[in-house]
Design a protein around this ligand. Structure first.
Ligand code: NAP
Length: 280
């Protein structure tokens, strides 16, 4: 019988996950369908047992349900618990188990582009929201040595640091401190929404002191090249956008559901097509 997978969120109409996963199932020869499911916040407690009743094999979770779904699951993986968000649910013998593949997806994509391990590098994380939490906790869990954080609201960065259950060397910096000590960092990870379309000229900070051998990873993928990435390139640095993070969070979910990693190059092409052909 055809297996059923999906993604729950609200809104969900613009999600690129159905195209990416339906093609991956077809390419892998797996008889399955991946369905976008729009679920209102107030309907989530009824929707989760409903999905179990219809025998869904697994699903992704997106805004606004990533945190609210946690108490409705049978089990939550410790990393997802620390992050405080679930983006992937696997049905194992009728038990829903929640994971978070956002951080691991980001690190896979960064590693692929950077070309060597990032864990022993000096990293500056810009932002302290949901995406930053997934990236910071996963980097720490995987053994990153130094990850400093700069965020508009310093208390949120402090919270990120103090609640992290994994050991990592972290200082919380003001915007000015980050800008003036930028030459210290090998990798800059930009996780705020600043620079996202339509406000494409905005940047979270100045990269004047960026080293030419540094690497700047901006998790935004619309536009394909943010103002921050353009400035980084003007200093000779290498850059990447958030496309690979998106592809790999999906690929790692697919691997949890099926036991095999899909063809990520093919997934990336589908997402680029969906974005109108623009890549950085
Ligand atoms: P979030 O939880 O709302 O966090 C937003 C972050 O941006 C916070 O650090 C916030 O700072 C900062 N910020 C927002 N507006 C700002 C402003 N005007 N000035 C300074 N800082 C500002 O959002 P999120 O879920 O982490 O998502 C953040 C971005 O990542 C979005 O652009 C999203 O599309 C992108 N994203 C990409 C992927 C991917 O797969 N590539 C996955 C997830 C998210 P404060 O703490 O001070 O409010």
């Amino acid at each position: 019988m055809k297996k059923l997978y999906g993604v729950i969120g609200n809104p969900i109409g613009h999600s690129m996950s159905p195209a990416m996963h339906n093609d991956a199932f077809k390419t892998a020869g797996i008889d399955a369908h991946y369905q976008p499911l729009q679920i209102k916040t107030e309907d989530l407690p009824a929707a989760v047992p409903g999905m179990k009743a219809i025998g869904i094999s697994g699903f992704n979770v997106t805004v606004p349900h990533k945190t609210a779904i946690m108490p409705l699951l049978d089990e939550v993986d410790p990393l997802a618990q620390a992050i405080g968000a679930v983006n992937t649910v696997v049905n194992v013998n009728n038990r829903f188990i929640g994971y978070n593949t956002d951080g691991a997806g980001f690190i896979r994509g960064l590693h692929e582009e950077y070309g060597k391990s990032v864990l022993d590098k000096r990293i500056l994380l810009i932002g302290a929201g949901g995406a930053a939490r997934a990236i910071y906790y996963t980097l720490s869990q995987q053994g990153a040595i130094l990850v400093d954080i700069v965020n508009r609201t310093a208390e949120k960065a402090e919270q990120l640091k103090t609640r992290c259950p994994y050991p990592v060397n972290t200082s919380i910096l003001s915007l000015q401190q980050a800008e003036t000590t930028l030459e210290k960092y090998d990798i800059i990870i930009q996780t705020t929404s600043i620079g996202m379309s339509p406000k494409v000229d905005e940047k979270p900070l100045s990269l004047q002191r960026l080293r030419p051998d540094a690497f700047v990873s901006d998790i935004i993928y619309n536009p394909a090249k943010t103002a921050l990435m353009k400035e980084a390139e003007s200093h000779g640095a290498r850059v990447q956008n958030g496309l690979k993070m998106f592809v790999y969070q999906g690929a790692l979910a697919f691997e949890k559901w099926t036991g095999t990693l899909p063809d990520t190059e093919r997934m990336e092409k589908i997402v680029i097509e969906k974005l109108g052909g623009k890549t950085c």
